[in-house]
Design a protein around this ligand. Structure first.
Ligand code: GCW
Length: 603
């Protein structure tokens, strides 16, 4: 509050009052030279205050009538894939590209919680209200956070609480065996349930507002109910029951598929897996069990269709999971602002309602933050974090406006040249990235394991279920009902019909749904092969242009920040050229079809 006038009136008043706004809603009005934020409690006032910060000077200009703000989604959560003990392969943060963990260092919770507090404030400013503090792949050390090391989680929860953030924990389904010494983790076993119930009681003793458990079960080697012949509803409901007395929630992940597939087997389709596993369980999950579904059926590729599971479980509470950390989108060495992609996902309408409306369990994302001085490694990747939070608050927000908001807040007083330059390099960056990587929705083509840089056949003969089937005649995965894996039939109408035929399937998803000859003519009028060549040349040119724009902004911001981005543009350009050349050469060699424009492609 600033007291700026001689008559004792206030510029800004934060008032408790007015019911009906929920825990987090607020109103703002300006009258008689005073701006008033009203909410029913601390969280609402906090969000109201950050709203005033976003408005800047406009918050203190003129007079305007009362406006009401409420989050569209109650849960807006970041999952940290942070390990307590450095993992021999995955490091401190699995798929983390911003240094070490903010929470864990040297095998224990950080003693200095100042940075955690600052992080809480940053998240509140983005509108995020929940955090899971450890990796969903729960290794041995991390399993103990649930029991004997819950005190460390409580320290983090205490630091985050003042910013309206509830703390969640990833747990291993085998915890009773691993920690409690029981013979089984069977969810229907009385002793197992008793163990979880006692463990949960102790968690709430340490953290009274604890948010709940996140579980990756029967997925990529993690234990789960299948070992006991039980369903995932049995597993989730057992945990939901022990959390229920305290108001906690279990976030049960739907990322369940066969990761030991035989590439020769053309009947198994990884894209089908989540739907096939979970749709039969619709209606079986407890009210405080949320099914956390990745936004696409595969794994956070630069282009995927929206997961058909999200619209197919009317009697379940889905949460939609995005990946803010850029595992498959340039690993925070490339500029790739994902706002437009997420907005497309959230506005997609599997039925009468959009995905944003169907996400009754909330919007969740894998965090991109670490102990790097710029928080996100690449300073411009902060825009992804901010955009995620704002879209979780308002899934139908215009992403371009959110981007400008971020620019305004991060570079206050930026001259127009700087603001326009920042907008220019970020706005089209996702499409540029798509252009120089895997074409037309086919996905992967990344180097195995770490997933950075191109390797067209890197996953082609692997057990992971991610194939493109390129041969001398054509490329793509036939997922039609008529002749393919039947995946297209997992959608309701009109989508199932639209995706079924290559004539109606949108260009950008063509190779996800169909295997077509290189000469197949797209709706754009180009053949598939010419599209591949053109987009790969264009993608690199766009990175060259963005790099030049960035160079022109030198002198308009803190030099360290400018230099960090400039340095990453060099790497992005090197890598984009590598993608272009490997992809173009690969398809020229396979198809024997020359580039219509005669550009250099290495044979
Ligand atoms: O995207 C894949 C990642 C794994 C991750 C898994 C998941 C935490 O490559 O590193 O494991 O998804 O979402 O569980």
């Amino acid at each position: 509050m600033r007291d700026a006038s001689d008559d004792g009136s206030y510029d800004l008043v934060l008032a408790l009052g007015a019911g009906g706004l929920g825990d987090e809603g607020f109103t703002v009005a300006r009258e008689g030279g005073t701006t008033t934020v009203t909410a029913s409690g601390g969280r609402g006032l906090l969000y109201g205050l950050f709203h005033v910060v976003r408005l800047g000077e406009a918050a203190f200009t003129g007079a305007w009538a009362l406006r009401t703000h409420r989050p569209a989604l109650a849960l807006r959560m970041l999952d940290h894939w942070d390990n307590v003990a450095v993992h021999p392969v995955m490091g401190q943060v699995e798929r983390g590209y911003a240094g070490g963990s903010l929470f864990w260092d040297d095998g224990r919770a950080r003693g200095d919680v100042e940075r955690v507090r600052a992080y809480g404030r940053l998240l509140a400013a983005c509108g995020i209200n929940a955090v899971a503090v450890n990796n969903v792949n729960v290794h041995e050390t991390e399993a103990h956070l649930l029991t004997d090391r819950i005190g460390e989680v409580a320290l983090l929860a205490d630091a985050l609480r003042p910013y309206g953030i509830r703390t969640h924990l990833s747990v291993t389904f085998a915890a009773p065996v691993v920690l409690g010494g029981t013979a089984t983790a069977d969810p229907l076993d009385g002793a197992v349930r008793g163990w979880w119930s006692e463990a949960t009681r102790r968690v709430y003793e340490a953290i009274p507002d604890f948010g709940g458990y996140v579980v990756k079960a029967d997925s990529e080697g993690q234990p789960g109910p299948f070992a006991y012949g039980r369903s995932h509803a049995d597993g989730a409901n057992m945990l939901a029951a022990v959390l229920e007395p305290y108001g906690g929630t279990v976030h049960w992940r739907a990322f369940v598929y066969n990761h030991r597939q035989d590439w020769r087997d053309r009947t198994t389709d990884r894209a089908r897996a989540a739907y096939d596993h979970f749709v039969p369980l619709d209606g079986a999950f407890a009210g405080n069990a949320v099914l956390q579904v990745k936004h696409g059926p595969m794994d956070f590729q630069v282009r995927e269709p929206v997961s058909p599971l999200i619209g197919a479980m009317p009697r379940t509470r889905p949460a939609v999971e995005l990946q803010v950390t850029q595992e498959y989108t340039g690993q925070q060495r490339h500029v790739c602002w994902l706002g437009p992609m997420w907005s497309e996902v959230l506005r997609f309408r599997p039925e009468d309602t959009s995905v944003g409306g169907l996400a009754r369990g909330g919007l969740v994302a894998v965090s991109n933050v670490g102990d790097d001085p710029f928080w996100t490694g690449h300073p411009l990747a902060q825009a992804n974090l901010y955009t995620f939070g704002r879209l979780a608050w308002r899934p139908d927000a215009e992403p371009g406006e959110v981007l400008d908001e971020w620019i305004g807040l991060t570079f206050p007083d930026a001259p127009a040249r700087l603001a326009d330059g920042l907008h220019a390099v970020l706005d089209g960056s996702w499409r540029s990235y798509e252009k120089y990587t895997a074409p037309l929705g086919v996905g992967f083509m990344v180097q195995p394991g770490h997933h950075y840089g191109p390797s067209v056949d890197g996953y082609e003969y692997s057990p992971w279920g991610t194939y493109h089937f390129a041969d001398r005649d054509g490329i793509g995965v036939d997922r039609s009902v008529a002749t393919g894996t039947g995946y297209a039939g997992q959608y309701g109408k009109p989508w199932s019909e639209l995706y079924e035929s290559p004539d109606t399937c949108p260009d950008e998803l063509l190779l996800f749904f169909h295997h077509v000859p290189y000469g197949h003519v797209l709706k754009s009028g180009k053949t598939v092969i010419q599209h591949i060549y053109d987009t790969h040349f264009e993608g690199v040119e766009e990175v060259e242009e963005a790099r030049a724009v960035w160079a022109s902004l030198s002198g308009l911001m803190d030099p360290a920040r400018h230099a960090r981005v400039a340095e990453r543009y060099e790497e992005q350009l090197r890598c984009a050229r590598e993608w272009r050349d490997q992809v173009n050469s690969y398809f020229l060699r396979k198809s024997g079809v020359a580039d219509a424009r005669g550009r250099l492609i290495h044979l």
